[in-house]
Design a binder for this molecule. Structure first.
Ligand code: HEC
Ligand code: HEC
Ligand code: HEC
Length: 219
């Protein structure tokens, strides 16, 4: 056993075929090129709409909604792909995001968290909140990859858009703060808490009934 390992080690150290440095460099460069090409191929093939929409049937709902949205079907035929909005456009960030998605999506697939339309709806708010949080954190970077604030012609926009866009940055607002649901249906609001029973007379010493209703959230 020890003898065999030793022989293998010797063969590695002193290969029986002698090669010139040039040949070693060329073989190294070709291998690196093939490895890089395969890597890029896998990244690109797993970032197409076809892969994102069909690799898991769970994504059929997202794809159907997207296909009817302005980003999937419009007058000019210029559209955004799933990856355009959900995966960073630079290589390092892209690989990090895809590794992360590989873990969460494969675990999700195995555990079946969203494998029926009902489960998908029940989980939609949580999934959407994750996307919103990421976009808030990076100033809607993926949106801005296509929509450049500086290149927007305010004069061609509606008056509401002009007003909002003019002050958005100084108010610390990013695209996703105002434009949610640009490719999918929005999650349903959770059911409001049942209204307090106003028919029963307030108990002695208790506050007025409307003090029991939760405050309306500030928008
Ligand atoms: C790949 C490029 C691309 C990306 C990424 C992208 N968009 Fe768009 N978006 C477009 C195009 C193209 C249109 C115009 C479609 C048309 O009207 O022909 C558009 C239209 C819009 C509109 C106008 C909607 C309307 O009803 O007129 C809004 C708002 C918008 N995008 C917001 C966003 C937001 C928010 C994001 C990020 C979550 C985003 N976009 C990401 C390309 C993109
Ligand atoms: C403070 C809120 C706010 C922010 C932040 C904001 N928008 Fe808007 N935007 C609006 C409103 C309001 C409209 C007009 C109503 C609509 O089309 O939804 C609008 C309209 C648009 C339109 C359609 C313009 C038209 O007249 O056809 C596009 C495209 C758009 N926004 C893209 C963006 C992008 C990209 C960002 C981030 C760089 C952004 N918006 C940030 C509020 C905002
Ligand atoms: C224009 C940008 C854009 C495109 C294109 C897009 N998405 Fe989204 N996606 C979003 C945003 C923004 C959210 C967060 C919820 C919202 O605002 O609708 C989201 C949310 C989701 C969610 C969480 C569930 C939900 O509905 O909120 C899934 C899953 C998803 N997208 C998958 C996809 C798939 C698959 C595609 C391609 C078929 C796609 N997305 C194309 C912007 C986009």
């Amino acid at each position: 056993m020890a003898g065999r390992i030793r022989r293998m080690w010797d063969a590695l150290r002193r290969p029986p075929v002698r090669m010139s440095l040039g040949a070693v460099l060329i073989i190294g460069a070709v291998s690196a090129w093939v490895a890089w090409g395969s890597f890029v191929y896998v990244i690109e093939e797993t970032s197409t709409n076809n892969f994102c929409a069909n690799a898991c049937h769970e994504m059929n709902i997202s794809f159907a909604e997207y296909s009817k949205s302005i980003h999937g079907h419009n007058r000019t035929g210029v559209t955004a792909t799933c990856a355009d909005c959900h995966i960073p456009h630079t290589m390092v960030k892209k690989v990090i995001r895809k590794t992360e998605a590989g873990f969460t999506d494969v675990m999700g697939k195995i555990s079946g968290v969203i494998d029926t339309p009902e489960k998908f709806e029940a989980h939609r708010m949580a999934m959407a909140e994750k996307v919103w949080a990421d976009m808030k954190k990076n100033d809607s970077r993926e949106c801005r990859f296509c929509h450049d604030r500086k290149k927007m012609d305010a004069e061609q926009q509606g008056s509401m858009a002009q007003r909002k866009h003019a002050t958005a940055v100084e108010q610390g607002k990013t695209c996703i703060d105002c434009h949610q649901g640009v490719a999918h249906n929005l999650p349903e609001e959770p059911e409001p808490a049942p209204a307090p029973d106003t028919t029963a007379p307030p108990a002695e010493g208790s506050a007025a009934p409307d003090a029991a209703t939760p405050p309306t959230p500030q928008t």
